[in-house]
Design a protein around this ligand. Structure first.
Ligand SMILES: [Zn+2]
Length: 157
C-alpha cells in the first residue's frame, strides 16, 4: 500500500513535470545577455570618486566611514520624461554582504561630461545629501538639481 501511494505520487509529479516541460525558449531568462547589457550600461568611475571624496571631507564628514560605489551610467536615462542626473542608493544588507559597499552613487555620464568642475561638485553635493541617517521618516520626492532634470532620491543607510 505504501509502495503504491509512493508510486502514485511519483507518477503525478512526473506527469506534472511533463505538462510543464516544453518551456517556451523565448520566455526563459537570458542571464548572459542581460548581464552584458548591464555591463555596457555602467562603469566604475574613479573620476567621480575623486571629486566626491573632497566634497565628503568638506561637507559630508558623516559619510567618511561609508564604502561608496561610484558608477557612471551610459545612454539615455529618463524618468517621467525628465533626464535623471543621478541616483543615490543605500544597498540592502544582502548586497552589502556581497559587494562590500554600503552605498552606491550612480551619475548620468552624459550629464557628467557636459558639466564643468563647479557643476560636477554641485551635482555630487546634491546626490551625497540624499544619504541620510536611519530613523525613517518618509522622504519627499526630489525634484532634482534643476527644473528639467530629476534625480532618484533618498537613500537611508
Ligand atoms: Zn536629488
Amino acid at each position: 500500500m505504501e509502495g503504491k501511494k509512493h508510486c502514485e505520487v511519483i507518477n503525478m509529479i512526473d506527469s506534472l513535470a511533463k505538462k510543464s516541460a516544453p518551456l517556451n525558449n523565448a520566455a526563459e531568462p537570458d542571464f548572459t545577455k542581460r548581464r552584458n547589457a548591464i555591463k555596457s550600461r555602467y562603469r566604475l568611475a574613479p573620476e567621480v570618486r575623486a571629486v566626491a571624496d573632497n566634497i565628503i571631507a568638506s561637507f559630508h564628514p558623516h559619510l567618511q566611514e561609508a564604502t561608496i560605489a561610484y558608477l557612471l551610467r551610459r545612454g539615455t536615462w529618463k524618468s517621467r520624461g525628465c533626464v535623471v542626473t543621478g541616483k543615490a542608493i543605500a544597498a540592502p544588507e544582502q548586497w552589502r554582504f556581497l559587494s562590500g559597499c554600503d552605498l552606491a552613487l550612480i551619475i548620468n555620464e552624459t550629464v557628467w561630461q557636459v558639466l564643468g568642475d563647479k557643476g560636477r561638485e554641485v551635482l555630487l553635493d546634491h546626490e551625497l545629501s540624499h544619504f541620510t541617517p536611519p530613523p525613517p521618516t518618509k522622504a519627499a520626492p526630489c525634484a532634482g538639481p534643476s527644473g528639467s532634470m530629476t534625480c532618484r532620491n533618498s537613500a537611508r543607510w
